[in-house]
Design a binder for this molecule. Structure first.
Ligand code: SF4
Length: 135
């Protein structure tokens, strides 16, 4: 790993303080051959400052595809040619997915939808954003 990036990374390991923007950019620009060392260091930081525990989450898409947003990277946008078609998961299937997730020991169950946003009735009245993507 280059000296500058290695020095910054050692600082993270020793102090637990995250990288600043310049440090993050330096890591993102590392050449491929330096990735194994960077990943090893990231693992050491995690083990030292967070420990080996992980939180298991389940995620299910209640509505896939046909999204009115125009995110160019996403195959779920209904504004571009894509094999992904709009499909809704019915409530019994959603409940079953939640049950299966709970049975795995997961502590979180997340529901996503390819929509512009939840209905206003489902959001706090303080929300003023006219475009609220929910994926
Ligand atoms: S809002 Fe989400 S689902 Fe919709 S097009 Fe963008 S990334 Fe895809």
């Amino acid at each position: 790993m280059s000296d500058t990036v290695a020095d910054r990374a050692r600082g993270v390991l020793e102090t637990g303080t995250g990288l600043d923007e310049a440090g993050v950019l330096a890591v993102l620009r590392l050449p491929d051959e330096e990735l194994p060392a960077a990943l090893q260091l990231a693992h050491e930081v995690r083990m030292r400052w967070c420990g080996p525990e992980v939180e298991v989450e389940g995620i299910v898409s209640v509505k896939t595809g046909g999204c009115p947003e125009d995110c160019h990277f996403c195959s779920q946008s209904g504004l571009f040619t894509s094999p992904v078609r709009a499909v809704w998961l019915d409530i019994p299937a959603l409940v079953e997915a939640a049950r299966q997730t709970a049975a795995t020991g997961a502590t979180e169950f997340c529901i996503v939808a390819a929509v512009r946003g939840p209905p206003r009735s489902a959001t706090p009245s303080t929300s003023t954003s006219p475009r609220r993507s929910a994926c």
